[in-house]
Design a protein around this ligand. Sequence first.
Ligand code: SF4
Length: 620
Amino acid sequence: MSPNFRDTNLLPIWQKIQNGERLSLEDGLILYNTNDIISLGKMANYVQQKKSGDAVYFVLNQKIEHTNICVLSCKFCDFAVKKGDPDAYEMTTEEILSKLTPEIMEVHITGGMPADWEWERYVDIVRSIHEKFPQADVKAYTAVEIDFFHKKFKMPIEEVLRQLQAAGLRTMPGGGAEVFSERVRRLLFNQKIGAKTWLDIHKTAHKLGIPTNSTMLYGHIETLEERLIHMLKLRETQDETGGFLTFIPLAFQPGDTNIKPHDQFTSAIDDLKTIAVSRLMLDNFPHIKAYWVMLTEEVASVALNFGADDMDGTVGHERIAHDAGATSPMELTKEHIIKIIKDAGKIPVERDVYYNPLNVYSDHVIGKIPYLNSIPFYANFEKRQFRILPVVPRRMGVLNSKGQIDAGLFSLMDYFSEEENLEFMNWGLASRDQVKSVMLFSKEGWLDLNGKTIGITDDTATSVQLLNVLLEKKYGVQARFERLHAGVNDLSGYDAVLLIGDEAMRRNKYGLNGFELVFDLAKEWYDWKKLPFVFAVWAVKKTLDDATKNELKEIIERSLEKSELDFVAVAGLHGKELGWSAQETKEYLEGFNFRLGEREREAMQEFRTLVEEVETVSIK
Ligand code: SF4
C-alpha cells in the first residue's frame, strides 16, 4: 500500500524505490530531514517486505568479551581499562566454555586488546568452542582486533584470517567501523583503524568465504552527511564482494565518556530514522538489525516496522554497551524475543549465523521460494490471515518436516517425502524444455565427470536428485557431491558446480570463472524424456481446516491470474536486479507451466521411479 505522504519531497524518492533505482546521498539527506516519519517507515517496510517477507530473525547467541584490557584508549569507550586496574579481567578458555550451552547457535566474541596475550590464545578460544560446541558458529574478532593481530604477531591479514578460519571461525562481527569519517576518527579514536583498513579487512574476509557484519556508531559528534557517506562506502563494498550479511546501526551510549552528558541518549526518532534510512540506502544488504541492547527493546520493537528484519538474539551477559550506560536488560529470553516479534505483527524466525531459518514460531506461515520463477504466485498474493516466509527449497523442506510451514511451493522431493501430510494443490513450477535457473557449471563434459567432485548449492533439494539421475541413468557415470556452504566463494577445487535460482541465472548470464561448460538440467531431462520437469509443487498441510485451505486456493489462483496478464509488470523489477531486460524476464517466465496437468503428473511419476532406482544421493 502506498504511503499517504505529508512530505511531498519524499515522492520522487518513493518513485525511485518502486523502480528499483538507487538512492543518492542527497536522497538520504531528504529522508533524514523529513518530519513525515510514518511515510519513511512505510517505505522502509516496503523494501524489507520485498527482501524478507514477514520474517524477523533472531539467534540463540552468547556474547563473549574475553577481556576488557586494551592497549588503545578510544574516547567513547567505557568498557576498556588498563592492565592492573581493579576492574580488569581476563577470561581463560575454560571460563569461556563454561558460559556456553548446547542450544547456543552463535558465539559472538569481541573484547579488548591486551599487550601480553599470545596469538595461540586467540586461536585456542575459537578452536575450543568449535570442537566442544560444533552446533555453534563462531563469529569472532572485529576488524580492529584483526589489524591488531596482524601488527602484533607480524602476519599478513589474510594469514590471520586463514588460521582463525581453520580453527573454526565462520563469520566476523561488524564492530570497530564507528563512522567512516577521518574528522571523527581524529577526534574520538585516533589510534584506531580508519575506513580503508576496516573495509580492506572485510574484503579479505569475504574473499576467503567468511561473511561479515557491518556497523555504524551514530549519535555522537558525526553529521548526517557522514552517516550517509558511511552507508555509501558499505554499499560500494557490498557491490564488489557481496559478503556482508547485515548492517547494524549502533546508537551511541554516552556513559562517562564526556562526549555528551551521560543521560543524553539518541532519540527514538533518530534511531527509527537511522534504521529506515539504512534499509533504503543499503539496497544490496540482505538484512538490517535492530540491536535491542543499544536501542532498548521498545525502540527495537517499533523498528521491526521501520525496515529492520533482525532482532539479534538472547545475547547472554553483554558488558560493552552496559558499561557505557545502556539501560536495556543484560539478556532476553527466547520467549520474550518471540513475543516482541509477534507483537510487531511479524513471524519470529530462529536462525543460524548465515540466516538459515531453524525454527518458525507462527501460525498460517506460507513458504515462498525467493526466486524470480515463483514471483507470479506471490506478486499479487493477498495475505489476509497468512504470513509470508521467504525460504530456499531445502530449508523449506526441513521446516515442513517439523510441521512449521502450513503451505507453500515445496521442492518436489520434499513433497514426495511428506506426501502423507501434504495435500497437492495443482500448481507448481514445471519447465517446458530449458529452465535457465537450474544449471551445472562444469570444467568437464558429462562423461568425464565420472569420479569427479561436484559442489552442490546449499539451497537445493530436488535439483541435486535430478543431477544424480542424469549422471547415473542418462550418462552412466557417478560423481561425488559436496555441499557448498554459505559464504564459500572459492570454487576452484570443484570439477563442476550445481547452482539454482537467481544465483544460477546471474551466473548463466555473466559466466562462472573457470567453468567453461554450462548445462541446463531441465533441457537435459527434456531431450532425454521428452517430458517437462516439475521442480516444485504447491501443497498445504492436510490438517488445516477446509475453510482455510479454500481461502488459500482462492488467493493463489487470483494472484496467478493477475500475474499472467503481465509478467513484466510483476517480475520486471526482480529481473532488473538480476541484470535481465524486461524481454528476457518475460521469456523466462513464459518458459514455465504454473498449472500442473497430465503431462506434469506423468513427469513427476517418471522422476519418482528413477530416483528410487538410483543410489541415494550422499552429500558430504
Ligand atoms: S573501543 Fe575497542 S579498541 Fe577502543 S578502547 Fe575500547 S576496547 Fe579498546
